[in-house]
Design a protein around this ligand. Sequence first.
Ligand SMILES: Nc1ncnc2c1ncn2[C@@H]1O[C@H](COP(=O)(O)OP(=O)(O)OP(=O)(O)O)[C@@H](O)[C@H]1O
Length: 285
Amino acid sequence: MSKALLDVNHVTLKFGGLTALNDVSFTVNEGEILALIGPNGAGKTTCFNVMTGLYQPTNGAVLFNGQRLTGRKPHQITKRGIARTFQSIRLFPEMTALENVLVGADARAKTSVVGALFRFPRHRATPADREFANPFGKFIAPVFGVSRHRREERESRELAMDLLEFVGLERVAGEVARNLSYGHQRRLEIARAMATRPQLLCLDEPAAGFNPAEKAELQELIRRIRDRGHTVLLIEHDMRLVMGVAERIVVLEFGQKIADGDPTSVREDPKVIAAYLGEPDDDDA
Ligand SMILES: Nc1ncnc2c1ncn2[C@@H]1O[C@H](COP(=O)(O)OP(=O)(O)OP(=O)(O)O)[C@@H](O)[C@H]1O
């Protein structure tokens, strides 16, 4: 019996008169790849936003490892082990690929990324920079954790390089993010989210704008992410990708769950077929 990692428990979310999520319940089991699908406006991203603390549900709760997430701030939820990517790319465009991943690593570290960034060779820190990064350094450094700080920094860099390699971006580690190709930027977002060492990684339409070859590579990457020990929750419109990678699928329509099962049963479910009739197929685009 697999363990429930995330439990979305009777969640309702209203935006004024609009019920974006209506008594939605499902679980994500540890170690699985679960896809959350549904037509445009069904409530998928809203569901991610509730899980990651951007929105508070009107009713219901989200549990992670049995503990309530509801009411916690996004950064607290990140520390508990949930990371996400966004539909639209949200990188720091002027930072290098490596620095972007380090920002993710820093979300779990006890010391500040600002200080870490000033020690990068690209930035040649001046005494004034150091003062800005850590104005109390000369007083607290001898007492509190400088060695921990340096150790965390080294470990974060090792993890960041490892993740860049994992997503196939090690050759562009020193490039600023805005100069990377679209496909590379999407992979970099995944590496940055993974740098927070999440138990659960939520990917919001990671294949948007990808060609078939890139989608096939992404499918392989999602499997490798799971094999590395992360549970994956995927919002995706591309049915071929979803059917090829997901082990279980939850379907939303107009804010309500209409199906929850393995890919074969979901594909053949009349309610799901009806919900998708008239929806453009991404593969035809
Ligand atoms: N901040 C908000 N304020 C008001 N309404 C919102 C807000 N966010 C989402 N909605 C509405 O909630 C409903 C669900 O939107 P949501 O973005 O979750 O759908 P989705 O399934 O992710 O759609 P898509 O596949 O198009 O991204 C939609 O009707 C949307 O217009």
